[in-house]
Design a protein. Sequence first.
Lengths: 309, 454
Amino acid sequence: VTVGAGALRPRSPLVAGPLRRNAPYLAGLSPAALLLALFFVGPSLWAFYTSFTNMALVGIDAARPRFVGTANYERLLSDPDFATVLLNSLTFVIGSALVGQFVLGLALALLIDHAERRGYRAATFAYAAVLLAWVNPTVIAGFLWVAMYDFFFGSLNVGLGAIGLGPVDWLGSFPMASVVIANTWRGTAFTMLIFLGALKTIPSDIYEAARVDGANAWRRFWDHTLPNLRPIAALTLLSITMSTFGTFILIQTLTNGGPGIRTETIALYAFHEAFRSYAIGYGSTIAVVMLALNLVFAVLYLRWSRARA
Amino acid sequence: MDGQRAISRRTLLKAAAATGVVVACAPAGGPAPAPGGGTTGRTITGTVTVSYPDELGKKPPYVQQAADALKAKYSGLDVKIDLQKIASGDYYTKLLLALNAGDVPDVIHVGGDRIGELADAGYIEPLDAYLAQWEDWKQYPDAVKSGVTYQGKVWAIPYGLDTRFLYFRKDVFEKAGLGTSWQPKNVEDILAAASAVKSKVSGVLPYALYAGPAGDSGTANHAFIPLLWAYGGELQDSSGKWIGDSPATRKVLDYYARAYKQGLVPNELLTSTKPWTAMREKVGVTGDLALLFEGGWVYGGWAAKDKAATEKNVGYLLHPTASGGPSFTIGGPGTVWYVTAKSKNKDAAWEFIKTWNSKETVAKLNVEDPHPVARTDSADVAEFKAEKYLVDSTESLKKAKFVPPDPNFGKVLGAIQKATARAATGEATPDDAAKRYTDDLKQALGADKVVTQQ
């Protein structure tokens, strides 16, 4: 950007002041904006358009797609499965993002930060272990948990068998809990990393002063650590809520939405309608609703972060 | 950034992008006009691309053989083979996206039950003009021809037909006190046998009854449809409308509910990815599953591992009915070769299909990957006749019922998956699941194409 900034400055005196002032920034932003438009805004608009058609991958609707007005949206609202799917998504987000990844990630960050400040060597290993869960491709993470939960050969049931218990049909009997645990394991590292970074920005002398004032560990955490983490917490929550809302590969690998639709989340439902039932129009409708819900989350979190920060 | 988020967003974008592609490239009209007069007098040159999925490894040598024969016959022709080593269901989705985008191979290889929806979408080419000049077409029985005929035209050439059997483990049945020559009198006998296995033989799963989306098309073809027929029901009425809630539908879903509730079927069938892989292995090889209704072709994998043990331990039977009427099975055209409508070299594509479907190839491939042969003359080939199992399989087709080619089959499959999952998980009572089956069918097909029966 520094190289291009001077060269790209508009020469014409007719160009309005603000545009001229902002030109270097606009030039710098335009590649990102272009990519976003190409790969996000464009497809979103297509999905929006498609959601008003009966487009399909097979059959007569594939040869001659037509506009169906709001029929897809009406169908979605009267779809008895959709309520279940929304509830599943909510349970999954609250369970694995808010309770799992957020709380656990924060706790791990505090522990590791504390250990590092004290100079414990083992902190590095703990850090690496959490990070390993995260650097795996999601499909691999999914298969790792399949290997854990499998009824016949899974580590959990083999372990239970060794002490004369089980076997337990984990994915069949506790499907939501199973995917929540797997996704918590998978995503905790992200929250932990962010909070670790944030914790390092809190100057040590604040704690020194608090200690001199006689504050105990809990008070120091409550009065100094937590307020300092608030802005970053809002952004972290936003980011993990959205990613968990859109999580798809992990659940697909583990349960494929089953049994029945007990772990079918909205992202999976959109995929299944579009690429298993080949109803592109209806699948797009679900995707559009999902996008709208994500926007609602984004607005809520951003407002919350501004109010508190 | 979080890898998980990156991937899930990318997947969504792909979905969105695909929908864009669909709009841009959807063909304007129906199928392209049929070829003028077959291949006589034309020179076959250029390139022809043959695309097919295969995981088993039996087909590739024969595809190569046909390609080589074709290249030897036509010096100006190049045959490109696009072998996709993925499951046929995954291949189908990939292929549909390619067909929709207009990026098409000349020859494709998909289940014959998809003829209706592929033809309606304008993806495939009718073959009647070619068949008129193909001497060998008379070797195909009328029943086989009708299985690949849709709207009065023939769209594909089958080679190995589908039949299905109720497999049972003789060694397990012996231990359960059922004997090795067990014959179910009716469908209840299947559940009774499964109960006996459950109570008397430990460490063996009694029964696998596919349900829900996890079972893929097996949920319909290997479970719901044969049961529906066993209870005297039909998929469609005489006017071609799909039957939702009916006495038979309720009985099938009740059968599901009982089988799962009594713990005769492992719940993990509802969640595993491709559960049939494990179930086939268990009934045919390791012997820790007692009962399974499955494709006739899976027998080949077991026999290839240990023929003597398979013959000794695995019994195969037709499907019983509820009333004790004559047993039956569910037949199908199997996987078939199609010429794509957008192919730029249809004559060469047809030449490939013709070469592949020779008497010898059809016989030999079906010995290795056991299916009843589509050509009657292939049944006379010595290697085929020597296998008792193949002769029995071919014989079973005389008692087979076929699912008629219908463009809505794929959508009906989705409704069947939902209904069976609801009954199996106990999410809905059998009666409610049957009612919601009607709703799902209406939702997917339009209310005017669905009827109910009291």
